[in-house]
Design a protein around this ligand. Sequence first.
Ligand code: BGC
Length: 766
Amino acid sequence: MGKYANIAMAIALSTTSSMAQVKLKADNIEEVIKAMTLQEKAELLVGRSNNSAANSSNGLIGAHAELVPGAAGSSRSFERLGIPPTILTDGPAGVRINPTRENDTHTYYATGFPVGTSLACTWNTELVEEVGKAIGNEVLEYGCDVILAPGMNLHRSPLCGRNFEYYSEDPFLTGNIAAAYVNGVQSQGVGTSIKHFAGNSQEVNRLEVDEIISQRALRELYLKGFEICVRKSQPWTVMSSYNKLNGPYTQENGELLTTILRDEWGFKGVVMTDWTGQRNTAKQIAAGNDMMEPGEPSQVQEIIDKVKSGELSMDALDLCVRRTLQYIVKTPHFRNYKFSNRPDLKAHAAITRQSATEGMVLLKNDRQTLPLSDRQTVAVFGASSYDFIAGGSGSGDVNKAYTIDLMQGIKNAGLSVTEDLATIYTNYKTYQRALIDAEKDPNVWFWGTPKIPEMPLNRIAIAKQAEKADVALLTIGRQAGEGDDRYIDNDFNLTNVERQLLEDVCMAFHQLGKRVIVILNMGGAIETASWKNLPDAILMAWQPGQEGGNSVADVLLGKENPSGRLSMTFPLSAIDVPALKNYPHVGLDKADKNGRRNIDYTLHQEDLNVGYRYFNTKKVNVSYPFGYGLSYTTFSYTKPTVKATKDGFEAQITVTNTGNMAGKEVVQLYVTAPKGGLEKPTQELKAFAKTKKLKPNESQTLTLPVSAYDLASYNEATQSWETAQGKYILSFSSNVEENKASATYNQAKAQSIKCHDVMRLNRPLE
Ligand code: BGC
């Protein structure tokens, strides 16, 4: 009785006080909350999705389309209370808005920056922060308040359709790259939304799948990157994912959104849903999910009804309202920022061109095939050379003004090409693009541009090219994205046409003593073991953004020395990846009493055996290890020094460029924990640092700090982070398999940090 009387009073109070005249200021949020009616509070938390689909570039419900057409969502405005609207735009590879507007000759193209994987492979947090600043500037100048980025789910499996948006199989690298991105974007006075929190490891049935993950794997892997990012950069917002996690939807899980995110990690911002539609809105609010995006009008009524019936407390509602207002007062819309709609796209094109080169990974370079000399004539093979893939598909696809393809990049660099071959491919591309458009089923959901299939070419045609050209380039492309995962056949593995083309080009060119270079243009890993012996050089270019062809040419010609290192393992074969025993499209998708396995629920049975934590610990051979990447120069490492600090240690190591070309090196610090206690992976990445561009003979001393907390593992028995006492072996490596220098660190005392016993398994993993 008492409970309901209180609620009735609160409702009455909030209605009466609606008469109060108060306008939002940075320091009067409590007053505004008191002045708001229940209706206004409910509306504030529910995005405004009442615009026509025609206004939206992605075909979804638009939001405040009259302000920024094509933006993904918004929060509502309340003139009475001086609360402006705020605009949310995708991400992550740049701002995603409509490039043109009705009755307007001005264009609104945004810069297509390198995808997440490419940024992570730079291992360069300063550079990622610079990219973040440029992206943040476009968010600001295009009248938006938050970019729905970075995407930071773990590469649990190489087949995840959205891996291109994400960073790595390693949470430490993920968290640090994400923090750099967030710090860069937010330095511009706009916000980020780190996503998708959490466990969104697959695209198949992503709205409903229940991801079953042990508490330890959650803490150490799937949540760790988010934790690092929150602690290091305090993003304005977090996006809760679509999926369920050990039972409830993440959007309705207070253990995740409040206990872990806020109470344990100290997150101060707003949580918004991924673009869900109506679920149990009251549960979402009670869990600490502040904003419902893109927002269904019926959710407003649902909130009002649930407050009136007492199912949702006014306190819980006010908490979300308070946090949303705290977010709003930080935004450019609140500051009444006069945006220009004219960001410096030229300057940003230069940033994307350079940053893409730093993420490229030189996988093979026999007999110094690269760099090329600009006096060579090149035969450019592969459909993707002419239809270069700047970024992945789905909401992560940016509406950019152009993409420089490889052919264009090669020509811009002043190389000669065999024009007859270029003509064949250009005509083929025109035909394929027209065909794709004509055959497109408007009911099939695919955002962006599918890749055109590879063009078969017979040996006679290839032999003629080998006669004319000095060297062959062959691009292999892949496109993937939101809504589906990749397949092993004809995707992770080469198609028959690609394999034949590669074999024939290599045979024809090698017969005449000429070299073949393969360019990989994709957002994630691919099978390489069966064919990597064929070409002379392999460059993983990723999906490098709109300047892609120029960026690749800069590396091929040695204008930039590749310094990217793999942020994921390239296995010998897809099925070597333990997660693929429980992954869509790979079998086992059968129904049992819990539903369809890998569709309704997915068991993370591999637990900590993700990426190098598995391959390295179990000594399973791989094609290219985590952290791998060649350079046009060589580096030596001195003996490291290790000094204890207040809460851990600081290592220093000096790196010298011992080759003939200026270049950058990445030092990766892997730690092996003392025996006894919890079983752990053999080595785990705990710090990394990249040198500046070192001239030949130049040296730089790098500092790598590690805290005792960084060394901890999660003990489910005690529900605490435990750092074991004893001797830790520190490996300073150029990749997880190539140790260049070692040292030890002695942790004098064990350390234990108690956590909450939350996010328990809802069904056994076995
Ligand atoms: C995606 C999000 C994206 C949102 C808005 C969702 O389908 O999962 O990453 O930010 O749409 O476009």
